[in-house]
Design a protein around this ligand. Sequence first.
Ligand code: IMP
Ligand code: MG
Length: 174
Amino acid sequence: MYTISTLISEEKLVARIKEMGAQISRDYEGKSVHLICILKGGAYFMTELSKYITVPVTIDFMQVTSYGSETTSSGIVKIVKDHDEPLEGREVIVVEDIIDTGYTLSYLLEMLKDRKPASLKLAAMLNKPDRRIREVKIDYCGFDVPDKFVIGYGLDYDQKYRNLPYIGVVEGLD
Ligand code: IMP
Ligand code: MG
């Protein structure tokens, strides 16, 4: 059995996402941004973030899987769904739920760089720095979280709890 406790309330999370949107709006003044959401976890964060960006926004989606157990990734990343629109010449921001080991995003950013965007940045709702194996530069980071399994706002445990409007911690996992 396990229990769920609140780590970041909905109010704090949304306030921080608003700040991130404002910062992106300042950084890209006079330009447009192209957001690439990493499914499924990044979906809640991207829709919220995009509401607070005041420069023109376009969106696209990618889905990747990394082989491994349910709660840890392995470093081998497979593209399940690629983005639809070309990236060449665009100001791209990859929008991800959480950077944990860094395997997924270090692989993905290298791959996307080859597709010649004008710029390529990373926005992550959460960062778990204690678990990093591959270095990843997070340009826009919501919150650092401790080395615990977190859920909600897109993040799942066994595909459940993505719809929680706050970030919770799962405790009592073996
Ligand atoms: P990374 O490749 O280890 O950086 O992590 C990639 C993916 O693992 C994230 O996009 C999440 O989907 C998943 N993940 C990592 N930590 C957690 C967590 O605490 N809760 C839920 N999913 C997680
Ligand atoms: Mg993910």
